[in-house]
Ligand binder design. Structure first.
Ligand SMILES: Nc1ncnc2c1ncn2[C@@H]1O[C@H](COP(=O)(O)OP(=O)(O)OP(=O)(O)O)[C@@H](O)[C@H]1O
Ligand SMILES: [Mg+2]
Length: 281
């Protein structure tokens, strides 16, 4: 069993890694984020949970400015990324992002996928980039797969390559958007184990996930979003095991026991959004 992250580290006085304040995001008429305040301290693991369409991916995408916030501020390691004068590429280099779909280059081996951005973006030479790549493949348990192409790897292995690729850039913090939800159930555990180890090593992580046991065991804090707002946040154990807000309770009962929950609650309007209208992940 995992040691709760909070017991391994004290965050009192730790630097702020991410600070989101009054964040709003609209797409045309539709207001998807309605004033989000969220702080992640250095070394902290924060899991974001919530129904489909509640704005979780949009929040993550605003943190590294893949989406431009409509209003509000986002600071990453003290730098305001929403400042129009900021060198966003420099800030982005400090943020590793792992998506549901692994986004590996199909024509490159695992090693090639790990070295290309190091060389192009960080200007590392071949030997150094390969050295860093091999070290990170080892970290995710894929030492023997450096010569494999994505099509020769399982989904779980591809996702671990994607994590190793992000780590090879030497990020200060990592954003994960449902990293295991495209995987067959038997492959989920290996990816979660890698993420758990990263947490143990003190990596700052903001993780959108439906894996409640991971959230409960690994996260310091859990944030429940619904309808573009943070409805409830608190220590993982409290939010997942003893949620205070009725919407959190309804969501968790749906996630933890989907069959029973159908009877309990009609879907919220956000959940009724047709899939084709939702953001592509
Ligand atoms: N680029 C976009 N253009 C228009 N609408 C968008 C765009 N991106 C997201 N949305 C809308 O914003 C809302 C929130 O989407 P988001 O992807 O952030 O939700 P989510 O909580 O990540 O959902 P899921 O659990 O399904 O991934 C949805 O209603 C979606 O349709
Ligand atoms: Mg999403």
């Amino acid at each position: 069993m995992g040691t709760p992250h909070a017991q391994r580290e004290t965050h009192t006085g730790a630097a702020t890694a991410i600070e989101v304040a009054g964040l709003h995001k609209s797409f045309g008429e539709s207001e998807v984020l309605r004033g989000i305040d969220l702080t992640v301290r250095s070394g902290e693991v924060v899991c974001v949970i919530g129904p489909s369409g509640s704005g979780k991916s949009t929040l993550l995408r605003c943190v590294n400015l893949l989406e431009e916030p409509t209003s509000g501020t986002v600071r990453v390691a003290g730098t305001e990324v929403t400042d129009p004068d900021v060198d966003i590429d420099r800030v982005r280099r400090r943020i590793g992002m792992v998506f549901q779909s692994f986004n590996l280059f199909p024509h490159l081996t695992a090693l090639g996928n790990l070295t290309i951005a190091q060389r192009r973006v960080l200007g590392r030479g071949k030997a150094e980039a390969e050295d860093v790549a091999r070290r990170n493949l080892r970290r995710v348990g894929l030492t023997d797969k450096e010569g494999s192409y994505p099509a020769q790897l399982s989904g779980g292995q591809q996702q671990r390559v994607a994590i190793a690729r992000a780590l090879s850039m030497g990020p200060d913090l990592m954003l994960f958007d449902e990293p295991t939800s495209a995987l067959d159930p038997e492959l989920v555990g290996d990816v979660l184990a890698v993420m758990r180890r990263l947490a143990d090593e003190g990596m700052t992580m903001l993780v959108v996930t439906h894996e409640m046991s991971f959230a409960r065991e690994v996260a310091d804090r859990v944030v429940f979003m619904d309808g573009g707002t943070v409805v409830e946040e608190g220590p993982a154990e409290q939010v997942v095991a003893a949620p205070r807000h009725p919407r959190t309770r309804a969501f968790l009962s749906r996630v933890l026991d989907p069959a029973a929950a159908d009877v309990l609650e009609a879907p919220s309007p956000a959940q009724g959004t047709p899939p084709e209208e939702r953001a592509a992940n």
